[in-house]
Design a binder for this molecule. Structure first.
Ligand code: UGA
Length: 434
């Protein structure tokens, strides 16, 4: 496969990973970003997101002369055979995806694209966006293709280089082939389809994952009531390949920058299309009710009076990021639970291994502690909200000595009971007998 000239517009998780990994596959890549400070840092291989292997991949590609960064979008695309749009599509009005960034860039590049070039939408965009970008470009000699990305934060480089599948949606077979050829060094099944199917595939995948998690979280509650163990039940069902064991760990709800945004956007699409999809609505609602139930569990033991008020009750939270291995707080379920606890009047101190610096944006919600033992000072209970492996090895005796109560709510089923019991603490997991 001959190496191609590729431009990547947007250097967030998806864009930077795409650019650096395509360069690692031997293509010549220019990444453009509107933030000049970011461009300057990336030119020195300084990557501001916590993503294993990404700084090294960027550095190696820069050294090999296969990766460049620029603030000039038009210049980046001028020589490109393939242009990837990796732009943010945040939740906009009424839950729909906001396409302002995609549309603005389409306007900036329309005049400079090389004849015959292929423009690829890699961001999660609603069905019809390929067509819309095509209309905005207004270039009969340029094809717009959908090639959604399925990578997970914290595993972005690995997921890019070892995909389960590569989905390419194009009205034009030749354009689809040009995109497929970029990945020919990777060993992954290709799903070649039309743009609408490719665009919907991404939403359907994230909805299905969220649905599995809402199912697991509700099942955990049922396990608690019936005296069953969620780990055994999910293993028992997950061994059936039609079900699969992945994505069935119960927790404090699902979050992050993708699942909430994409499920809401899909719900808006359903409403706009007049399609009733009760499973989708229930998946989203379950996430909220599940978090409320977890807070009720804490309030029932640590709260005061009839309504279980947590007024003035101090709680230590362990983990705030939306999952372990990332510093990302966007739509974190831990923050959602913290907000509910705060609404009940609780005073919150939090320790998170990825949050070492001051966070003025969190100051109304939690006080950040740089040390897990200090976080427990005066706490009636500890609540584990993110599955950081290092939380397993905390000094529970020292933590117990600082606490006023002895409950530890482990909403990730992460901790071992023995060290806590030795410290005189009571472990309460999720979906199992304590
Ligand atoms: C998710 C999808 O997993 C990716 O396939 C997709 O490409 C990506 O969104 C995207 O659209 O860009 P990510 O947001 O990185 O990836 O996060 P996940 O690892 O999927 O976790 C999502 C949430 O589910 C987290 O809050 C996590 O803690 C929770 N989770 C996950 C559980 O509670 N239990 C599990 O068993 C798995």
């Amino acid at each position: 496969m001959p190496a191609r000239h590729v431009a990547v517009i947007g250097t967030g998780y998806v864009g930077l990973t795409t650019g650096a990994c395509l360069a690692a596959l031997g293509h010549s890549v220019v990444c453009a970003d509107a933030d000049p400070h970011k461009v300057e840092r990336l030119r020195e291989a300084r990557v501001d997101i916590l993503e294993p292997g990404l700084p090294e991949t960027v550095r190696d590609a820069l050294e090999a002369g296969l990766l460049e960064f620029t603030g000039d979008t038009a210049a980046a695309v001028a020589e490109a055979d393939v242009v990837f749009l990796c732009l943010p599509t945040p939740m906009g009005a009424g839950g729909a995806a906001d396409l302002a960034a995609v549309e603005a860039v389409a306007g900036q590049i329309r005049e400079v694209l090389r004849p015959g070039c292929v423009v690829v939408n890699k961001s999660t965009v609603p069905v019809g966006t390929c067509e819309r970008v095509g209309a905005l470009l207004g270039r009969a000699d340029v094809t717009v293709v959908s090639n959604p990305e399925f990578l997970r934060e914290g595993r972005a480089v690995h997921d890019f280089l070892h995909p389960d599948r590569i989905v390419i949606g194009a009205a034009d077979r030749d354009a689809a082939r040009q995109v497929a050829d970029l990945y020919s060094a990777l060993d992954a099944p290709l799903v070649l389809t039309d743009p609408a199917s490719a665009e919907l595939t991404k939403y359907a995948a994230n909805f299905f994952l969220a649905m599995k998690l809402s199912f697991a979280n509700n099942l955990a509650t049922l396990c608690e009531r019936l005296g069953a163990d969620i780990a055994d039940v999910t293993e028992g069902i997950g061994r059936d390949p039609r079900i699969g064991s992945a994505f069935l760990r119960p927790g404090p709800g699902w979050g992050g920058s993708c699942l909430p945004k994409d499920t809401h956007a899909l719900l808006t699409v359903c409403d706009q299309s007049g399609v009733d999809f009760p499973l989708l609505r229930a998946t989203i609602e379950t996430n909220v009710t599940h978090q409320r139930q977890l807070v009720e569990r804490v309030a029932a033991v640590c709260g005061r009076g009839e309504g279980g008020s947590l007024d003035g009750v101090r709680l230590a939270l362990y983990g705030l990021t939306f999952k372990a291995g990332t510093s990302d707080l966007r739509d974190s379920p831990a923050l959602a639970v913290a907000r509910l606890l705060r609404e009940r009047g609780a005073e919150l101190t939090a320790y998170d291994p990825a949050l070492r610096e001051e966070r003025p944006d969190l100051s109304d919600l939690v006080e950040l502690a740089d040390d897990p033992v200090r976080a427990a000072e005066g706490a009636a209970a500890c609540v584990v909200l993110t599955e950081w492996p290092e939380l397993r090895d905390l000094d529970w005796a020292a933590i117990a000595a600082r606490m006023t109560g002895h409950e530890v709510y482990d909403f990730r089923n992460l901790l071992d009971a023995d060290p806590l019991a030795r410290a005189g603490l009571t472990l309460q997991g999720i979906g199992r007998a304590s």
